[in-house]
Design a protein around this ligand. Sequence first.
Ligand code: 3PG
Length: 306
Amino acid sequence: MKVLVATDKAFAPVAVAKIRDVTESEGHELVLLENYKSVSELLAAVADADALIVRSDLVTAEVLDSARKLKIVVRAGAGYDNLDLVACTARKVIAMNTPGQNSNAVAELAFEMMLYQARNGFAGKSGSELRGKSIGIHAYGNVGRYVAEIAKGFGMKVFAYDPFVSEAEIRNNGITPCLSAEELYSSCQYVSLHIPANDKTKKSIGYDLLKLMPENAVLINTARKEVINEEGLLKIFEDRHDLAYLSDVEPDCKALFEEKYKGRYIFTAKKMGAQTEEANINAGVAAARQIADYFKTGNEKFKVNN
Ligand code: 3PG
């Protein structure tokens, strides 16, 4: 079988070598399309692929229509909002993700941004410390749990809100559970977002929640830019000059931040949360193994479409 790795943002070479080892040792062929610049390159590359590994690359109905032999697509990562699941199902393509494999890298990036912001970009001016500050984890999943553990190491007071995780489980992990998003945002100077982007969550974080945050509040978004209501974000930044927004990827309203809110934001140009050798190896190898296993045994664990 031909396994195509199509990544607009390439994996580290060490990860690609390991993905190749796993794939070839199972008797499959590995083909690489890295750092591609246009959809047409992707459309051409998928034409004879039996399996596809992607990162945040968009797997649309158009891509699937070009991939006539495709049987399985694995998103090497957690969020699969880039896969058109309905189109996958309609074309009998199995879609999977690799949950948890890159979570620590994303959690560390949240702290890298928090520390840089807290020290005013190392520009010489006195900053502040994380110890003793409150942090709210919005969604206590794989990344949220790593953020909580690192926050404890910094001596932060850790809160979490997740309607899908029991209060008891959160409490047993030494974290204060909140019963609503409102409670979380009003209790915490830092809030770190870990909700997926779906029809329910898109644009769900906006003015009404952010206005509840205490003085010098910082919102950290290593989830998806789509979960932010950017009009609401801009409105609260206009009202409150003490807020900061740290986001792994630029919001659509980046130009306004650059013009008006200097020193109050950090935006990465490319999504960098999962961009470590370790995360690339973990997620990439997991994807390659899931594909090999699916071809060998039909194992559909981690399937995300119906
Ligand atoms: C994920 O959902 O796994 C992360 O957002 C990482 O995305 P990336 O593979 O595009 O870096």
